[in-house]
Design a protein around this ligand. Structure first.
Ligand SMILES: N[C@@H](CCC(=O)N[C@@H](CS)C(=O)NCC(=O)O)C(=O)O
Length: 273
């Protein structure tokens, strides 16, 4: 099998890969052990790349019709954009790899989960992550990111959650509350139907039980990006990691086996575009 081409966004941060959305696809590819090679695309080149490879618009963001992750699979000549669509495609194209959307009829539920998670996390996670993301991007992407995100938020990025401010403390507290809520979703039904004393305190490892699904990948990708962008020692990661006696720290640890990042190659805008 020829390696799948995976389009991701580079940075100067440790390990290069930083985006919560593209981490979803990297986790899918690594979990399925599919051969792939990363092509690193700077933010301002995403529309050019997507038009060139004919990636469908995702309309995932108010400020951009085209988004990454996207993949090109040379084995089938298919181009797929959007992390949930990529997970469904990989399940269908490579049925002997572990499924992430199982049963396939759960696709709408998983899409709804992904949207609900982003909706719940976004106000706080973005205020806390956007300024350090800008600082960690390379210059061309950083300039684009500052312009597009300042236009979106209507304030200088430094004003989103200044260090030491009450505003920042509010975002951290609200983010922790959201992760408490999501931990509640994960724990729903745990231990039910068991005899007294049996199985008490046993955690369900993943949202659908013992096997990883796309729901787990979406949460793991946000946890990974938080840890990476804000730092393992940040007040934010420490607060999130301590929810329910370390539930999210244990969850994140289960994904460490799927965090390989290849060196890949840099995207160069073709002359013909
Ligand atoms: N729901 C989409 C979201 C993708 C997304 O928002 N990607 C961002 C990078 S984290 C992007 O490509 N942004 C392009 C831009 O801001 O111009 C998915 O999961 O693939």
């Amino acid at each position: 099998m020829k390696p799948i081409v995976f389009y991701d966004i580079p940075s100067n941060m440790a390990g290069n890969a930083w985006s919560p959305n593209t981490w979803k696809t990297r986790y899918c590819l690594n979990y399925k052990r599919l051969p792939y090679t990363t092509v690193w695309v700077e933010f301002p080149d995403i529309p050019t790349l997507c038009l060139h490879i004919r990636a469908p618009k995702t309309f995932a963001l108010p400020m951009a019709d085209h988004t990454l992750p996207a993949i090109f699979d040379p084995n089938t000549a298919r181009v797929v954009a959007d992390s949930a669509a990529i997970a469904r495609y990989l399940d269908a194209a490579y049925p002997s790899t572990p499924r992430l959307v199982s049963p396939p009829a759960s696709a709408p539920l998983l899409a709804a989960f992904d949207a609900a998670l982003v909706g719940a996390l976004a106000p706080d996670v973005l205020a806390l992550m956007v300024p350090p993301i800008r600082d960690g991007l390379r210059p061309r992407s950083a300039a684009y990111f500052t312009r597009s995100r300042e236009a979106h938020f209507g304030v200088p990025l430094e004003a989103l959650a200044p260090k030491g401010s009450a505003k920042r403390a509010g975002h951290v507290a609200a983010l922790v509350k959201t992760f408490e809520t999501v931990a509640g979703w994960l724990a729903a039904g745990e231990g039910e139907g068991r005899g007294e004393g049996e199985g008490e305190g046993e955690e369900r490892p993943f949202f659908a039980g013992d096997a990883v699904s796309f729901a787990d990948v979406t949460v793991a990708a946000w946890l990974k990006a938080l840890r990476l962008v804000l730092g393992e020692d940040s007040e934010v990661w420490r607060a999130v990691a301590s929810v329910r006696g370390g539930r999210w720290a244990r969850f994140a640890a289960a994904f460490e086996a799927f965090e390989a990042v290849d060196a890949g190659t840099e995207y160069v805008v073709p002359d013909s575009v």
